[in-house]
Design a protein around this ligand. Structure first.
Ligand SMILES: *Cc1c(COP(=O)(O)O)cnc(C)c1O
Length: 469
């Protein structure tokens, strides 16, 4: 499989290189040159497969030529062997024809484990084969950091540095990062906010001279492998609900348009997905596009669903590329307009095309809490605030009551106790068994000033399993 840039002016890469790449050299994002397409018979024959075997069938075309079938099968079995629920992504029914797909049974209790547990193992496999070392630098406001650290903790040839804003992440989230100890794991608390952290990561990608030739790898959702891994669970859920004979709709709590883009790809690969609901919080740039063809930056607001607090959705460019007939030149132009003006809209017929599949809703904190309370009252289930936004949007946007609606349950509620409490749920939530001693574990973290020189000097000093690069 070859991968091309959405801006049409960077070299095509194979899977190995796309795994190790960040942005393409022309500023675009990598996408498969040709998306695989499965027949209905093929998809039907996968019904009932264990998760890792389904994952092998769905993802095999993407890694073909870079990883052998035997190795890939083993990697997948190990990856999903770390999940606490044997169904990996179980469906829980909330209402008539309405389900939550629980994507929070991985080690860090959010859906990001599906991709990052795999990414770590893929990196390990490829780097050992190439006898190469890499450095990962990532910024997190919560879920990504712990999932990336958990995913890479056993990688022999990776040193990972995760920047989080000092004293601005919840204690559970901080401890999920800082209690994972290892000579290749480096938590850095920056005396600044999340944007400061993200800016430092961006600047480090732009000028990598401080790394003395060591390659820098991205773990945010611009990395193609993350999107790829997320395609699988759309197939998994739909097959359980009668696909491909029956269509299925999905509602996806989204920020960077990564998770929902995977659903869009699943559909283009042959899965009968009749509707995709974009569910956002008040940071609603995606909703503004879907509802009115207006994609523009606004001030960032802190919400009860912090993992979706974004101003711009990094993966949206991948959808725009398809909407423009995969014309890289047109996309480069559109994105440079966006860079200059902070806004964009597309030609009417392209927007109408998108709207055939996508609907959207922006959900307030108030409605998020009301949804958590309502679901708890009717079913006894406690939703996390992100998932609650997905449920609310599903209910408002649903086109067809006889089509099963699957809401992506993106995090375990124990990660977001504030929202659960605000929703008036008196029940104390317990950490799952594998994290029950989280508050007793030793933490390791370095506090650094809000200055890129300090961060880059720290990386250079510790980037080779704790030793200088
Ligand atoms: C990251 C995250 C999201 C948003 O995912 P995107 O791929 O950025 O759309 C939603 N919910 C939770 C709990 C998350 O951690």
């Amino acid at each position: 499989m070859r991968y091309i840039s959405t801006r049409g002016n960077a070299p095509a890469l194979n899977f190995e290189d796309v795994l190790l790449a960040g942005l393409a050299s022309d500023g675009g994002l990598y996408v498969p040159e040709n998306l695989p397409r499965f027949t209905q018979e093929e998809i039907a024959s996968w019904a009932g497969l264990p998760y890792h075997e389904l994952a092998f069938r769905v993802m095999r075309p993407f890694v073909e030529g870079s990883i052998s079938d035997t190795d890939f099968k083993q990697i997948l079995e190990e990856t999903y062997g770390t999940f606490a629920h044997s169904a990996i992504a179980p469906l829980r029914q909330l209402n008539a024809n309405e389900w939550v797909m629980e994507l929070f049974h991985g080690p860090t209790l959010a859906f990001k484990d599906f991709a990052l547990q795999l990414l770590g193992r893929l990196l390990d496999h490829i780097l050992l084969k190439r006898d190469e070392r890499v450095v990962i630098i990532g910024a997190t406001s919560g879920d990504t950091g712990s999932a990336a650290i958990e995913g890479c903790r056993r990688c022999e040839n990776v040193d990972i540095f995760i920047l989080h804003p000092h004293q601005r992440v919840s204690e559970v989230q901080r401890r999920q990062m800082t209690t994972i100890l290892g000579e290749n794991i480096h938590n850095i608390a920056i005396e600044g906010n999340f944007d400061d952290c993200q800016e430092m990561v961006k600047a480090s990608f732009a000028d990598q001279s401080f790394l003395k030739g060591t390659r820098l790898v991205a773990v945010n959702s611009i990395n193609w492998a993350r999107i790829m891994a997320q395609i699988v669970y759309y197939f998994h859920a739909a097959l359980q609900l009668g696909a491909p004979a029956r269509s299925v709709a999905f509602s996806v709590p989204t920020g960077n348009f990564g998770d929902i883009f995977a659903g869009y790809l699943a559909r283009n690969m042959g899965l009968p997905v009749s509707q995709l609901v974009v569910a956002t919080n008040r940071n609603d740039i995606l909703h503004r596009f879907m509802s009115g063809n207006q994609y523009f930056k606004e001030t960032l607001h802190a919400s009860l669903s912090p993992s979706m607090d974004i101003m711009v959705s990094s993966n949206f460019e991948r959808l725009l590329f398809d909407l423009h007939g995969r014309n890289g030149v047109a996309l480069a132009e559109l994105m440079s307009t966006f860079k200059a003006t902070g806004k964009l809209s597309v030609e009417e017929d392209r927007w109408v095309e998108a709207r055939k599949l996508f609907d959207s809703l922006a959900v307030s904190d108030e409605d998020t809490c009301a949804t958590i309370a309502d679901v708890f009252k009717r079913t006894g289930e406690v939703l996390d605030p992100h998932t609650a936004i997905g449920v609310k949007a599903a209910r408002e946007c649903r086109r067809n009551l006889s089509t099963p609606m699957v809401v992506l349950g993106t995090a375990h509620p124990v990660k977001f106790p504030d929202a659960v409490e605000k929703a008036g749920i008196g029940k104390a939530l317990e950490l799952p068994a594998h994290l029950s001693d989280l508050f007793q574990r030793e933490e390791r973290c370095t506090v650094l000033p809000n200055a890129i020189e300090a961060v880059q000097a720290f990386v250079a000093q510790h980037g080779n399993r704790g030793k200088p690069l």
